[in-house]
Design a protein around this ligand. Structure first.
Ligand SMILES: *Cc1c(COP(=O)(O)O)cnc(C)c1O
Length: 394
């Protein structure tokens, strides 16, 4: 083949990347729904297990459909190595524990996806890992948190739920200066609009459940980065602890990648228009969208993202007003999911962030008036009418 996939534009990578065909020449990628693989002889099995023959052994280790998904996503991200896992949280958990051991220290931002907060505050300490959370927008706070035993820095940008932006290149510099690896949860930005590896991150994690599926069907996750570091850190933990994704789910996500670029760009245009409409409404005291000039970290967003994605948050002043808004929606769903073709809105302080103590919620600015919204693929005129009516009702 004369074509080099690494020269392809993203849209081509998403459709052609990682494609391998069986002897039938199927046009749509094959779904290899199999647990294991048979060998032509005892000596062939021996060669497979010794690694001399690189073929498949067992789907907990690797599977041909799963591998197509991993190669396609790696090509999009510009990463040498990708492993897909059963969910975004399996990816975050493996990404962190593969780099940490008892006695190590981790630093993370304070505003994080809820389950990531649980891993940091409840789970890792049980295994002797110390953790510190900082205001992720404050570079001095990151500097002050570094210790001689700091091995991992975890950040999310834009962060859940208020779309706070962290300067990834600057935090990577601070972390690397202290000898720590940088893990970036890139879900909100999507692989279309932000490339953490080029900004200095060592590991990128995704919940593929979100934009990569994009149609609300299956759970999945992925870990990407340089082969030397990641293979060493993650190969055995994935093989032996069993967070493998189902080949069926990997196949759904593989097909989801084909339309990712189109979907995310359309959703982003809608989100930007809705942010302006919502920001101009009298009932809204504040709208947070990384593409607006009034976002507190707008300059950093413009420097490190090529688009601002489909999530926004806005403050209606009280829980009662936020609930009246949600209950008045007729098209947009009340749901905590995001990245879906269907527009969704949620009240973070009583759903996704209800487990966070109130003091911590207030520390990250999450008051009870906030609604978080994920713009979908419906017609903008219909969404504007639905949201305008709900804002009036708030
Ligand atoms: C959804 C999400 C996760 C977890 O992903 P699951 O697929 O639900 O396990 C992690 N981080 C962020 C930012 C998310 O939005």
């Amino acid at each position: 083949m004369a074509e080099d996939p690494n020269q392809w534009a993203p849209a081509t990578r998403l459709i052609r990347g990682g494609l391998t065909r069986s002897s039938f020449g199927e046009t749509s990628e094959a779904l290899y729904l199999t647990q294991s693989f048979a060998y032509e002889s005892a000596a062939g099995a021996d060669r497979r297990f010794s690694g001399e023959d690189p073929g498949f052994i067992y789907s907990r280790y690797a599977n041909p459909t799963t591998q197509m998904f991993e190669e396609r996503l790696a090509l999009l991200e510009g990463a040498e190595y990708c492993r897909s896992l059963a969910s975004g949280m399996a990816a975050v958990h493996v990404a962190l524990t593969g780099l940490l051991k008892a006695g190590d220290h981790l630093v993370a931002g304070k505003a994080l996806f809820g389950s990531c907060g649980w891993i940091i505050n409840q789970w890792l300490p049980r295994f002797g890992v110390e953790t510190t959370q900082v205001d992720a927008t404050d570079l001095d706070a990151w500097r002050a948190a570094m210790r001689p035993n700091t091995k991992v820095v975890l950040l999310e940008s834009p962060a859940n739920p208020l779309l706070e932006i962290t300067d990834i290149a600057q935090v990577a510099k601070i972390a690397h200066g202290a000898g720590a690896k940088v893990v970036v949860d890139n879900v909100f930005a999507t692989p279309i609009f932000q490339k953490p590896l080029t900004l200095g991150a060592d590991v990128v994690v995704y919940s593929a459940t979100k934009h990569i599926d994009g149609q609300g069907r299956v759970l999945g996750g992925a870990i990407l980065g340089d082969k030397a570091l990641l293979e060493d850190a993650y190969r055995d933990i994935i093989r032996h602890t069993g967070p493998a994704i189902s080949p069926f789910n990997a196949w759904i996500l593989l097909k989801g990648l084909e339309t990712l670029d189109l979907r995310v760009r359309a959703q982003t245009q809608t989100a930007a228009a809705l942010a302006d409409q919502i920001g101009a409404h009298a009932k809204v005291s504040r709208v947070l969208y990384p593409g607006r000039d009034d976002h507190p970290q707008a300059a950093i967003a413009r420097a490190q993202m090529t688009g601002f994605s489909n999530l926004l948050a806005f403050d209606l002043g009280s829980r009662e007003a936020a609930w009246r808004f949600l209950d008045a929606l007729e098209i947009v769903d009340i749901s905590n999911n995001l990245g879906d073709a269907k527009s969704m809105a949620t009240h973070p302080s009583t759903t996704t962030h209800r487990a966070m103590p109130e003091a911590n919620r207030l520390e990250i600015g999450l008051t009870e008036g906030y609604v978080r919204m994920s713009a979908g693929l419906e017609d903008l005129t219909d969404l504007s009418r639905d949201i305008g009516r709900a804002l009036d009702a708030a």
